[in-house]
Ligand binder design. Sequence first.
Ligand code: CA
Length: 376
Amino acid sequence: MNRRTFLVTATSSGAALAIGGCNESNHQAIDYSKHPRKSNKLKHININRNKKVIIKLATSWPAHFPIMGSGVEKFAQRVKDISGGSLEIKIYPKNVLIPALAVFDACSSGQIDAFHSGPYYWKGKNSSFSLYSGIPFGFTAEEINSWMTFGNGLKLWREQYKKYNLHPFLGGNTNIQMGGWFRKPINSLADMHGLKMRIPGLGGEVFSKIGVNPVLLPAGEIYTSLERGVIDATEWVGPALDIKMGFYKIAPYYYSGWHEPGSILELTFNKHSFSKLAFEHQSIIEVCSSEMNANMTSEFHHNNIYALQKLKDLGVTLSNFPEDVNSAGKKALIEVVDELSSKNRDFAEVYADIRDYLDLSKSWSNISLKNFLNER
Ligand code: CA
């Protein structure tokens, strides 16, 4: 049975698989050539509809959190619908069952079957994991999806997560993020020196090299810290989510960014939990995760365009960072990746693969998309 015959079979059985609505090329999970079932006849569909399988999935987001939280809820509903109710994803928002940043360990140990989060949260386990979220001045959303799916990204990621008994899928992309909200304007690199700024991941390490003091704060504490002057600036995501945080009221200078140009989100399964699922259930998860990945990426873009207009109407000052900030950031990135590569062979291996792919990708993106955007 190949991928297309399964899709056709499931559709003809009355299941609601919408091939056109899914990113069919974004196959992620199953080596079909090794699967023993070769026939596409309906009698080989092997789901027992009288025996419901329940997957416990914890997220790092609050209940009904826009885009990320609601996207996972839609994913769970699609899985339930397409499986005829035989596979149910039970969602536990952050802190309901597992603390937001403990989902990796909880899934690794088998306490839960799956989680939805972001790989750079686990860089303390292996610094190379931050590379799967994306890197400053690195991949756009489209480029990282290409590297993940058709380059070596997903292969490298799965090899490394395997050591933790985990099996990741692409689970969305924030699309390009904004550089952040500042209480005072940034006119030159000197204005960055000594600023206390909430910024995580590799972006935080790069900002640290150019004189910023990066601070890690949970989402619920950012606004009050900014309001009271405990921090001078914060990045978050982009207009769609930033406007809901209200930062524009207290830090009205909003800068475009390069620290998270296409951060991916992950849908990760406990390897044993996933492998014991029926082939059909595995396939439904694969297809629905591809759909979630595509939809969440588009939803960020869609919501950003309307939220940006609202922010303009509210009088927010939009700017780019000055050129000396950008050039210092590029120089700092080289120092950061050199240091991390010398300390961790995994980081060196993944970064080398990214660098080679990105060099080729930039050559194409610059001649095509960049020129087009400049002319549009
Ligand atoms: Ca961010």
